[in-house]
Write a protein that binds this ligand. Structure first.
Ligand SMILES: C[S@@+](CC[C@H](N)C(=O)[O-])C[C@H]1O[C@@H](n2cnc3c(N)ncnc32)[C@H](O)[C@@H]1O
Length: 287
């Protein structure tokens, strides 16, 4: 296990994933019912953009830093919410002498909006990162950190007694069979918990492999969002990625249809959003 998310925190892939995650949480938590959240591949929880790992790649500069530098006016609502969550996390560390310094990973974005009674499990297998994640949430009883295989925990924890749940699956794609493992996990998850909302991140290094993965999504309702940024892809440099959301909550599609092209234009890239036929926007009468 060599992957460390600290090298990539706040990059274009995080911008796509975390904007969507913030919006999913916003929509799912607007209902007055308990929610179970599982982050199968959690990372360390928070990142120092001036730290050794982030400085080595500087990836945040073409991601969150560029997004945060846009004028407030004209930002799509989902982006406003995401940037507010990022700024709130950064502020907790006090003044940083200009610019964004601390970036929240998925566990921090989730924890920031949980209500009393909601439940959150964050899995991280890498020993050092799991320790950092435990430290990040030390003394916080609302977060259950597990140093376990997230795929195994997914199988064990679904369906949740709450009957409402969000599962974020964000693997590092170090293993050559990661797409297969991912497809298997999604199938298992849906078999156990068909109504759950699943957000699944994937890299697009090999177009055919990514397309084949998307084709395996059996769920009746899903939304696929892809973001491509300029640059030459290399062994470690990623320039395209996707996020598939199964059973998206009502209004998620329209929020992302507004946010995604805007993000792509700010980052100088291109985006694509494809909805399965059953996830077409609901009629206004469902409000
Ligand atoms: C892409 S990073 C996660 C980033 C995080 N979700 C975020 O958005 O801030 C993937 C993480 O999964 C961890 N990991 C790898 N294999 C795992 C497994 N089988 N179960 C749980 N975590 C794993 C890696 O150590 C790495 O920290």
């Amino acid at each position: 296990m060599n992957y460390r998310h600290g090298y990539h925190a706040g990059n274009f892939a995080d911008v796509l994933k975390h904007t969507a995650l913030s919006e999913l949480l916003h929509l799912l938590l607007s209902k007055d019912k308990k929610l179970f959240v599982l982050d199968t591949h959690a990372g360390t929880g928070g990142y120092d953009l001036a730290g050794k790992l982030a400085e080595r790649t500087g990836e945040a500069a073409a991601g969150i830093v560029r997004l945060a530098a846009t004028p407030n006016a004209g930002r799509p609502a989902a982006v406003v919410r995401y940037l507010a969550a990022v700024a709130a996390y950064d502020r907790k560390f006090g003044p940083s002498g200009g610019g964004l310094r601390r970036y929240p990973g998925s566990p921090r974005l989730i924890r920031a909006v949980l209500r009393p009674g909601d439940r959150f499990i964050a899995c991280e297998l890498h020993a050092e990162d799991a320790l950092a994640l435990r430290r990040e949430f030390a003394g916080d009883r609302a977060v259950e950190v597990r140093q376990e295989d997230g795929y195994r925990v997914l199988k064990a924890m679904l369906p949740p007694p709450e009957r409402r749940g969000l599962v974020l699956i964000d693997p590092p794609f170090e293993a050559t069979d990661e797409f297969e493992r991912l497809s298997r996990a999604v199938r298992q998850g849906l078999r156990r918990f068909a109504t759950g909302c699943y957000a699944i991140w994937y890299p697009i290094k090999d177009e055919a492999a990514a397309a084949a993965f998307v084709a395996t999504l059996e769920a009746p309702k899903h939304l696929v969002m892809e973001l491509r940024v300029p640059g030459e892809a290399g062994a470690t440099r990623l320039t395209a990625c996707g996020l598939a959301v199964i059973n998206p909550p009502w209004r998620f599609e329209e929020a992302m249809a507004e946010a995604l092209p805007w993000i792509a234009s700010v980052l100088g890239g291109k985006s694509r959003l494809v909805a399965s036929p059953a996830s077409a926007p609901a009629p206004a009468s469902r409000a």
